[in-house]
Design a protein around this ligand. Sequence first.
Ligand code: SF4
Length: 891
Amino acid sequence: MATTAFWNTDLSTPLMGLRPKLWIAVGRDYSREDVKQWILESHTAGGLSHFGVLSLPQLAAQILGVPREQIATRSMRQEALRLLMRPKAVHHRLPELKRLKRQRTFFRKLDRAIQNGRSAFAHADEAQVFSERLREKLGPSALRSELEFLGDLFQTWLEAAGLWDDPRLLEEARKKIQESGWPEGQPQPEKMLWISQHRPDARSESFLGACAQVFTIERPQLLTTQKPVTTWQRWHTVDDAAEALAERFASYKNQADTDLVDDVVLIPEDPEVKRALQRALALRGVPILDPRDPLGPRKEEALKHALLPLQLAASRFERESVVSFVRGRAGDPKLPQDYVREIYARGIHEGLASYAGGKLTALHEELTRIAAAFKPRQRLDQIAEAHLKILKDQKVSPRVLRFFEKFWNDWWQEWKILGESHRRAPFVYWWERLRDRWDGTTGWIEPLRPTFGARIYRSTQSPPPQSTPIRRLWVLGLPADTLDEPVGDYWFTNRDREILSGEFQVLSRFELRQERLNILKAWVHSSENVCFLDNHWTTDGKESDSLMPLLKEIDIEQEWVREDRGSHPRWLASLTRLPPVQPQKIDLSQNFTQGADIRLKAGALDDLSRCGFLALGRHRWKCRNLEEPDIELPPHIKGILLHQAVEELVRHRDGHGLFSITSEEALDRAWKKRAPQGLLQGLRLQGYVKKNLIEVLDSFSEDEAKYIERAQTRVLSLENDLKLTMKFPEGSVSGRPDRIDLHPQGVFVIDYKTSSDVPTGKRMLQDAYRLQMPFYALAAQQHFKKAALGLQFICLTRKSSRSRGVFFKDLNGKQPGSLTQLMARNASLLDLPREEVWSTFETQIRELLAKYAQGQFTTDPKDPRSECRSCSLRDSCGRNRLTAEAEDTVS
Ligand code: SF4
């Protein structure tokens, strides 16, 4: 028989056929598929029977005749532990575990501790000895005692339920062989190879010992005789290294697909490294030979979306879950946006009833159907049926449907075995169980497995058997401490294992380190060329330790020389100190017809006088922020509400400044007319917001009374009464001023602002800044044919400031008829002729209109510190990408 030497053993015993004389048992560091493939490739004649290559628990199950369905899966074991800990009598005996139970992955860790702990001793007597020895050396441990108790309970439960796990299989099979020999009628080899770079645990060792009484057991070593050519490249991050590697693979692919067979990538047990490599390969269309991804279900958008109906019901239709549900729906792309805007506007937090009526009627009906499907206190099969029905109604892809059919079916079968099929529970209970299972769900198998692709192995796996050495081995992202993995758990800590390993077959941290090192050496010495792709920075931003000490331990004859490769060109641009900023001048002259009739709203004129890009974004591109509801009103909504409330107050004020309605009444009327949007629902929250607004209105009323008494004006028009338009040779502007008061000498224009960040008159005039109000003054002058006496910003804040605007000295003072009462040095009080001031403003407005007509827009904020700080377009204009110094330079 033709064989290829890979292990230091004689493989001339027949491996093929229905009754092979040589069996191979593989440890956890080998993939059975790889070993089978190697045998099939190396042996031309005959087929391979199912017991030709197996793991020790599989062999034990075969000896005992245990079918696969009776072997408890990981999720079943975890559920069993949950059930075992539930009775009060048990729970009271486990105070330490009760404390640890708060950890999210508690049952996963507990299951691992029970499995590792039970495998560490060959039988119950040995467990007793372990316990005694540790008590002598370290004193009593409450947690260890609890684990011993729970381990016994778990073993009893397995026996009572007729179920098996690996430690029980190995122990019972050993007993059976020792008591009654090899089972009659069972196929039996002449020789069995145990291949693993790990030393077997105590249970496996005693089982192998029992098998050795029946047939020969050989433990071959790998023939690793290569003297590789080694290189060591250090990249900036693992992403850079992955890009470089993927680029290389992509170039093979273009030449000949089969080239990839010569390469193997070794990665650590770190999902970030795997993700970086997968992303880089996927970007270049390089397939992965075994595309199974343990994170698959958790990453796959289609599966995540299919879970959303359950999440909606469990979260009581919480806003963010509903928004995700809406956004993931197929169909009209505009519909989700409308729904989301309305959901945010209503300030919904949770609750099905919040979605009823209005624009959300159709969505509410859909959510009601979901709510009706998941009734309180259902059984698992009912939940599964309801979920699958929703998925079918949603017409999800057959692949997604098949995945969930299997998911629910597996769970239901386990539940039946656990005797829990009758259990009815609140929906949140099922949701919590489902999330635990989801975290442990393994990736789905791609229906079409590629015939070629990148071969990726984990650094804990031994090199797969193959007839020729690995041509090129790439070791990607291996951390410097990769060998120093702790082995301790809840049952036996690292220290416990160190103490026990001196006397017993217990794996300690030091032995595991040596085993890992042997595996790494085996990889290196099975390859012709080895390249370590190291990274300077870890994925969480820490500086990586040097690989040199680890590389020295690998023990090759060459010197290790590090090549510093820096960053891959794909990421390089993102690392410059000043990230690229989009153009700061936007030329839309092509879109503007020369001589066209330009019509601007007063708000657009105002924005144009603040920053060109602001006007472009807000008024031409109609950019709006989609703001999530909050416990505070969004500023613009607060403005609308206060404007309305102030209008109500002013309409109910007499000539002496007395109001016939209170601030509360004014606010209630405004609240009814302009129902606020974007505020989270809730009466207490409404009460809090209203209280703050009433304080502002009270402050306004107080100052307004003083103003009326002094200025002796009367209201000429309010916001909703009058629209002003003014035509200039360059275009026209129109808008509605908040308020115009009539004074015996002319008109006085007033604007309400909800912020106190308003400019002084001097600043407006000097910089052609905030030109909306000057426009209103000019337009009012023209409309009413009366002189414009000034303009005033009234800040609707608790301070209710009225000291900014454009004022003239002749109407300032304490005497009756004075519009303002300001200090002489106030920067809004101008000592210039009125006509000159209005004429300057008119010129500035016309210049802005002319600039707008040319289609030239520049990010030129007049006051970058105040304008840009809270501007909603910071991302669009590139402001957010500038460093503080650059911001100053640009401004
Ligand atoms: S952030 Fe500043 S520069 Fe950018 S649009 Fe807003 S105001 Fe203009």
